[in-house]
Design a protein. Sequence first.
Lengths: 414, 147
Amino acid sequence: MQSTQISFENLRKDFPILKRTVRDNKRLVYLDNASTTQKPNQVIDSITNYYRNYNSNIHRAVYSIAEEATEAYEATRDKIANFINVKDRQEIIFVRGTTEAINLVAYAWGRPHIKEGDIIVTTEYEHHSNIVPWQLLTQEKSAKLEYIGMDDNGELILDDLDKYLATGKVKLVTFSLMSNVLGTITDVQKIIEKCKAAGVLTLVDAAQAVPHMKVDVEKLGCDFFAFSGHKMLGPTGIGVLWARKSVLETMVPFQGGGDMIREVHKYESTWNDLPYKFEAGTPNIADVVGFGAAIDYLTKIGMDNVREHEVELTKYAMKKLSEVKGIHIYGTKDISKRGGVISFNFADVHPHDVAQIIDGEGIAVRSGHHCAQVLMERLNVAATSRVSFYIYNTKEDVDALINSLNKVAKVFKL
Amino acid sequence: MSGNADIYHEMIIDYSRNPTNYGKLENHDVIFHDSNPLCGDSIDIALKIDDNKVTDIKFDGKGCAICMACSSVLTEITKGKSLDEVRKIEKNDILGELGLEHLQAVRIKCALLSLKVLKSALYTYLADHLDNSQDVDSLKEDAANLY
C-alpha cells in the first residue's frame, strides 16, 4: 500500500456540502462522522445515474435495464467481499444498516438456537443496537444477558469474559470493534481466540471500524460481522451482515416475501439460496449502487492512508483539547488503541449547551448519550460532547473547534 | 433567530448554576419522573399539596442550562398556586419568563421537560384523589397534548 501520496485537503472538493455555510455565514465544520459521514459527488452521482438511466427491479425481468440494475447491485456485493476480505460472496447479506443486521441475527439465529438458561455476552461500551435486540431475545427465551465490564481507561476487562465462558452456558459473545463514544479499539483477536477455544460464536459490530481502518474478516475469525454504508461515505439505509455460511445454514428466514423463496405453495414454501434467503422484497437498489461507489472511493484512497490521516488528526486534537482548561477527555490516551473519536466534557457545562454555542460558530458535534446509556452510567455522566473525524477533516477544523470552545468558556464564565 | 449564544443570557446561566427549589422534598404527596430520550435530561418533581394548593415543590435531576433554568422558573411559578391554577400553566408562561419564545425545535423539549413532569405529577395526584372518571379522561388528553 502506498502511503502519504494522498492529498486529503484535495479530497474536500469532492464533497459539495463542505462548501456551504451555516449560521451567519460560518464555514461548516463537520465533526460528527461517527454518526454519519458526508457523501462525495461520486456517490451522489451514482445514485442519480441509477434513477435517471437504468431504474428497474433486480433479479426478475429479462430486459436490458433490469440486467444493468442487477449487475450494478451484485457488483457492490463483490466490492464488499473484496473490501473486508470475504471469499464467498453468498455470505454477504444486504440489510438497512448495522441495527438491522444485529436484529436479523437475534431473530433468525437467536430464535432457533437460544434456550432457557443460555447466556449471551455483550459489553459495557455497546451501542443500544447491540444491547436491546439481545434484551428482547433473552427475555423471550428466559435466557441471560451478561456484560464484559470496562476499566477506567475505557478498555474491556477480559477476565469477565473468562468468568462467563467458564459456565459453559454462553452461546454468543457480541461486541463492537470500536466504541462509538470512546473510540476504544477492542482487543478483538483475544476475545475471538477465547470464544473459539470455548466453542462460542462471536458477533463483531464493525459500524465504527470498517469506515476507518483496514479490516480483514477472514483473519478475524468471527462468525457474524455487521456494518453500515452511511458511516463510510455511502447513503443511509444500506448496510451489510456477513455471516459464516455454516452458521447461515442453521438459521430461519428473517422476513418472508418475494425474492427469498424458491417455491411457494398454499401452505408451505421453500427458501431461495444464500444470500437471497435473507433479502426479502425489493431491496434498496439505488443505495446499494451508491454504497458500491463509496467503496470504490475508499479503495482508491487506501484504508491504511485513511487510518494514518485520522491518527494524525486525533493526536493533534487530543493535544489541543487537553490544553483547554476544564476539558475532561474520556477513554485511553494511547492513540494506537483508539480511533478518531473523542468524547469530552467541559467543566460543569452540559454538552447540549456546548453543542448549541459552538453550532453558532459552524461547528457540528454530537452531544448526548450517543445511544450508549449503559456506558454513560458506567462513566457516571448524563451525556458527553463528541467529535469524530473523517477523511475530509483538517487541522483547521480542530483549530476552529478549539476557538469555539473559548466562546463557551466566555458565555459560562469559566 | 440570530446567534446561538444569545439564548444564554445572564438569567439562564445564573439559574443553571444556582437552580431554585432544587433537591429532594421530604413528605411529598406525589412525585413524578421523566426523561428526554434524545439528550438524557432527567427530572423528578415532588409536590406537597394541602387544601388543593401546592404548598411546596422541589425538582431534582440533571439537565442542560435551558432545562435547569426552565425547571427553576416553573417551580417558582407553581409554588402557592391552587391545583386548578397549576392545570392552567402553559408553555409560554415559562418560555416568556426567560425570553425563550423562539427556541429552536430540538431544544424546546429541554425547556418543557419539567412542565411535562409537573403536569404528569399533578394528574397522577388528581387521578388518585378524583372519583369522577370523566375528569381523569380529560386530564389524560391534556397530558397527551403537552408539547
